[in-house]
Ligand binder design. Structure first.
Ligand SMILES: *Cc1c(COP(=O)(O)O)cnc(C)c1O
Length: 319
């Protein structure tokens, strides 16, 4: 089935074997290059935006409001797409949003350079707030949306990371794009629609999807189930995924969202020196550290593919 879509990325993105690392790990390891979408410096958010912004335009929106971290890859790609489509993009950001329930991170996060430079180039209206809980950030975004409406703007709201049913639907379609050649897909997971969409798309096939959390927040599981149900509401297929349908791992999330982990830094080095491919410190480094850890534990077999979700500008915002 198809929903209305505005083309932004070059699809299909490349998929290729990692020969040297396969040899080292004794694994048949491949990589799906969503870092090479050809849109706004790459990354998984381009797929979601094709559907989200089609809906925004259809609803007659003039302003789009979202939220994220100051180094949000989503805000960078959303802001770029909005500029292209004549929409105004407003974003509420914090350097280090976190969930108070899981502890306050001790480290400081880089708050300049990286994605912020790109947001500035495309004219995102960025509102920076002090570090706090995600819920506080959502409230700030809602407040900005209401303010825009009071100025007479028609507003389209997008949740953090574009993780609505439409965002997830884009990844159910991406599962079709990859096809059935793989036994296992490993993807970083944060706001959830990448993992939820892939799990939905591959449900009932031989391909198992493992999501590696980038935030130490177990309640992401609730988001996975919610997004999968929202995808199902869109497709009408009656595939109601439950918690046990998701293979979601918290072991490589590190101290907090946005704080690089030692394993992630080592995974970044390893992929760069064996295959010439860089990872970002916030998501893909942790995701790939998870893949390496699972391989070491003997949990991966057959043909395995790592979903490279992009995020490279954030490499230049960390020490
Ligand atoms: C947003 C993002 C993710 C996480 O995807 P979700 O759909 O939010 O779980 C992974 N990698 C990169 C580079 C991202 O920007």
């Amino acid at each position: 089935m198809d929903l209305s879509r505005i083309p932004l990325i070059l699809a299909p993105t490349p998929v290729h074997r990692l020969d040297r690392l396969s040899m080292e790990l004794g694994l048949d390891l491949w990589i799906k290059r969503d870092d090479l979408t050809g849109f706004a410096m790459g990354g998984n958010k381009g797929r979601k935006l094709e559907y989200l912004l089609a809906e925004a335009i259809h609803q007659g929106a003039e302003t789009v409001v979202t939220c994220g971290s100051t180094q949000s890859n989503f805000v960078r790609q959303l802001g770029t797409a909005c500029a292209m489509l004549g929409l105004h993009c407003v974003a509420a950001v914090m350097e280090l949003p976190y969930a108070a329930a899981y502890g306050k991170p001790s480290s400081e996060h880089a708050g300049f350079g990286g994605n912020l430079i790109l947001d500035h180039i495309v004219g995102v209206e960025l509102h920076r707030f002090p570090n706090d809980d995600w819920e506080v950030l959502y409230d700030h975004a809602e407040h900005l949306a209401i303010r825009a409406e009071e100025r007479g703007q028609r507003v389209y709201r997008i949740p953090v990371g574009g993780s609505s049913g439409l965002g997830g639907f884009a990844f159910a379609k991406a599962a079709e794009e990859l096809g059935g050649d793989f036994d296992c897909v490993v993807t970083p997971c944060s706001s959830g629609s990448t993992h939820a969409g892939l799990a939905y798309g591959f449900h009932g096939t031989k391909t198992r999807v493992i999501g590696v959390a980038c935030d130490p927040e177990p309640d992401i599981m609730e988001d996975l189930v919610r997004v999968a149900h929202e995808i199902d509401d869109l497709t009408g297929q009656g595939v109601r995924l439950r918690e046990e349908d998701f293979d979601f791992r918290l072991d490589w999330a590190g101290e907090a969202y946005g704080i690089p982990s030692a394993e992630g830094i080592e995974a970044t080095r390893r992929l760069a020196v064996t295959e010439g491919i860089f990872l970002d410190p916030v998501y893909t480094a942790k995701g790939f550290a998870g893949l390496l850890g699972l391989a070491e534990a003997g949990e991966l077999s057959g043909r395995v593919v790592f979903w490279h979700t992009g995020g490279l500008p954030a490499l230049f915002a960390h020490e």
